[in-house]
Design a protein around this ligand. Sequence first.
Ligand code: HEM
Ligand SMILES: *[C@@H]1O[C@H](CO)[C@@H](O)[C@H](O)[C@H]1NC(C)=O
Length: 507
Amino acid sequence: MALLLWLGSQLSTCWNNISTLGIFLTVFTLLLDFMMRRKKWSHYPPGPTSLPFIGTMLHINFRSPHLSLNQLHKKFGHVFHLQNCWTNLVVLNGYKTVKEALVHRSEDFADRPYFPMYEHIGYGSKSEGIVFARYGHMWKELRKFTLSTLRNFGMGKKSLEERVIEEAGFLCSAVSSEEGRPFDPRFLVNNAVCNVICTTIYGERFDYGDKTFKELLHSFENSLRDETGFLPQLLNVVPFLLRIPGVPQKVFQGQKKFMDYIDVFVHKHMENWNPAYTRDFTDAFLKEMEKGKVAEESGFNYKNLRMVTADLFMAGFETTSTTLRWAFLYMLLHPEIQSKVQAEIDKVIGRERSPTTEDRVNMPYTNAVIHEVQRYGDIIPLGVPHMAYRDVDFQGFFIPKGTTVITNLSSVLKDEAVWKKPNQFYPENFLDVNGQFVKQEAFMPFSAGRRICLGEQLARMELFIFFTALLQKFTFVLPENQPMPRQDAYFAITCAPYPYQLRAVPR
Ligand code: HEM
Ligand SMILES: *[C@@H]1O[C@H](CO)[C@@H](O)[C@H](O)[C@H]1NC(C)=O
């Protein structure tokens, strides 16, 4: 009996201890959480109330982040804050605000947050690539090298342009072999755009319909899907979850597979590399790596070769092909605009000669249409996250160093204070009364400032040449007896049109 009593009292003190410990731990964690979420600064931008642990994440629909938060902008104004778990974010809205940050205060906002979710594919402090590189020496050196290498390969000059023109020819033949039947233009357009970036970086192209290409594309699309949604974002802001064995591999399968393809390209180069002869971007990078320790410190190392070329591939491929797919969809939906473009092509280029970028200045209407495709298509609505490089006083608010800064490009491209018709596909947004092209400062699909898209020249060249080459040879029409294509976008890093079918009728 005594023994039982003793046991009972032991158990109850033990239980008491556990519950005391439990209460203590709960209070401690809540306190810690409170400290982590507390904003210690006066004049910090306003924002919604933040909840324990998750912050303001409930306000965001991670499947279509560009659509959520509309009310917040209205409620709190052009500069407001959010909180993903313990990460502070500030959102900038509207042409004036975004321009001030990106252009006038360019260095203050030139940094990038660190993305732990890419570590498992080789992203690290000495191998950050370019897109997600912290602002500093390595980013500067790599950006300079990349721009000048692409330029020597003809970015803005003849040789790369000739390659684009040649690829446009292959694309036209592939479209022609559909013989006016309904088809989804996605595969052919993807193939053409991929070939441009692939020849430039790795010196390889894929024939239309190639099996390896289809697999590569599939892994690429999966990798984009991997990065969309609540879970990946959570892993990014609570990186210790990534330390759980198997988690990154499981969540980011597509990414891993995509990197395997990149590795095949890179290995092939290393095997038959000849320093005397530079075939492509990868060769130029290998040559730089030979320069020893200083180069290594500037980011020219093997790990980073993988990351930089994968970055260029990722950044240069999906964006351009998505924009072209919007372009053809808008032509289907606005046949009268399509006819006007074709009339201008006939007048300036004719039916035979291939279009070149020199034709652009003589084709204000076509130029305006392409700009309007990029404005209205709005494919990267929230841009790429920036980070405050130092403590910043901005429009009366205090934004501390290290705050993630979201530049809402969509709010610039659709700013009601700037555009004649912000919420319509309306090429006249870029034309004056005489039909001349008008440059608009709020045209920021490539962002602005120090981090402005590095591939803008190449992208604009591709958009112009592919678009005019196809409309020179074909008229795009909706197939009969098919539902109207959807005009809203689906979000997977970029905002893309839903798959649709068209008929390309030879002219
Ligand atoms: C229509 C096509 C394209 C669009 C709309 C686009 C848009 C963008 C945007 C919005 C950014 C983020 C800028 C910022 O951080 O504020 C960006 C960055 C970047 N883009 Fe593009 N892009 C396109 C095509 C390309 C192409 C073809 C390439 C490759 C040659 C490329 C390479 C890059 C790189 C490397 C960055 C990172 C720049 C840095 O962080 O310093 N992009 N792009
Ligand atoms: C970005 O701008 C668009 C268009 O003005 C708006 O609908 C959206 O809610 C904004 N997003 C954020 C995060 O403020």
